[in-house]
Write a new protein. Sequence first.
Length: 108
Amino acid sequence: MAAVDGKTTMDAAHIHQFKRGGPNHPTNGIALAKTAHWLFDRGFWSIGDEYRVLVRADCFDEAGEAAHRLRPRAGQENLLPANRSYWPVREFMAWHRQTHGFGARAEP
C-alpha cells in the first residue's frame, strides 16, 4: 500500500546492516512493515537458515491480542520471492543472527 504522496507502510530492510559492511543488494534485503523492521534491526527477531522466523523471547515482554504479538510468529515461514535469485543469502542471515545473539545456525 502506498499513500498519494508516495509514502508506504513497508520498508526495504537490510539483513546485514549496510552501515556495517552489508551490500546494498536485493539478496541482502527483506520487505518489512515499519514496526517489524524496527524489531528486526534491534535483534528481537531474525531469520533461520530455513527462512523461518526466530524470536528472542528472552529480551522483551509483550501483551495484547495474539495477532499483534511477536512470540507467536516463532517458526513461521517467511514469504520469499518467486525468483530464487532474489532470496536472502544465508551468509547475511547468519551475520544478523550472530550479531544479535541467536548463534550462527539457529532454528526455532
